[in-house]
Design a protein. Structure first.
Length: 260
């Protein structure tokens, strides 16, 4: 087998390119792995723990009700880490494809804003299923606000507060046990159901409903292409699984044909 540029067999790269080229609609589902090479820690891989806490234990309404200071301290740390990160070659290639091609849409579980940072046009904006690290939402009046500031989590009194009503603000992200915004989820379901190809990049595919989107494409007769450094529950049913880092493989399978 001839390896391609990313070390993936050439035949698999060519097949992915052909499937992506032939599909009228492509939906891309990304997870933390697409940002790994930008320096954003994934949730479940090495470095996924923060001070011994698992994401599942902190990213919950109960954890916030019990100890808002601890949860904000974690989000403040994540903001600081992510603010220093820039989009990598995978974000850039995906944004270019979404700008250049009708019917190419990005849906992300990530709250790091790196797809948005790579986007040069409104079409390239990702649908953010789980919200954003850089937005707060009031726990009383629900007002949302963009907020990239450092978080002072030294005491509950100093935590971010709503500028309208003064109540405690929370990160505007979807936590375990909470529902996704129905409009956002509805749009993602529609995109996945209509797609000829669902390209799944860097997700452990363990968190639903996001993980179920690829199955919608498959059950409607479309193909699933997975890019990941490891196997996931989706691997067995995928048309094609390309093993390796997203920043190397994504640009290779999306490069314009003229560059071959
Ligand atoms: P995970 O941390 O669960 O999974 C990251 C995936 O990326 C794993 O399958 C890795 O093998 C893969 N990976 C790591 N480095 C990679 C690389 N360089 N290139 C390609 N793949 C790579 O993250 P998610 O699947 O995004 O939810 O997690 C899903 C949700 O669970 C998150 O949105 C978050 C989390 O808890 C909430 O906070 C609600």
């Amino acid at each position: 087998m001839t390896p391609g540029m990313a070390g993936v067999p050439r035949a698999a790269v060519d097949r992915a390119r052909r499937l992506l080229g032939e599909a009228e609609h492509v939906v891309v589902l990304t997870g933390a792995g697409v940002s790994a090479e930008s320096g954003v820690p994934t949730f479940r891989g090495p470095g996924g723990l923060w001070k011994e806490h698992r994401a599942e234990d902190l990213a919950t309404p109960n954890a916030f009700a019990r100890d808002p200071r601890l949860v904000w301290e974690w989000y403040g740390w994540r903001r600081r880490v992510v603010r220093q990160c820039v989009p990598n070659a995978a974000h850039v290639a995906l944004a270019a494809a979404a700008s250049d091609r009708d019917g190419f849409r990005i849906v992300t579980q990530n709250v790091d804003g790196l797809h948005a940072a790579a986007a040069s046009s409104p079409e390239a904006q990702a649908l953010e299923l789980h919200g954003s690290l850089f937005r707060t939402r009031c726990t009383r009046c629900g007002e949302r606000r963009d907020d990239r500031a450092d978080v002072d989590a030294s005491s509950v009194e100093r935590l971010p507060r709503c500028r309208s009503c003064g109540a405690l603000a929370r990160p505007d992200v979807v936590w375990f046990g909470e529902s996704l915004d129905p409009d956002v989820l509805g749009e993602a379901v529609e995109l996945a159901s209509d797609a000829g190809v669902c390209l799944v990049v860097g997700t452990s595919a363990l968190v639903h409903p996001a993980a179920g989107l690829a199955d919608l494409t498959r059950r409607a007769g479309g193909d699933v292409i997975e890019i990941n450094v490891a196997d996931t529950p989706l691997t067995g049913s995928a048309t094609l699984a390309l093993r390796g880092p997203a920043a190397a493989i994504v640009p290779e399978i999306l490069a314009p044909a003229a560059l071959e």
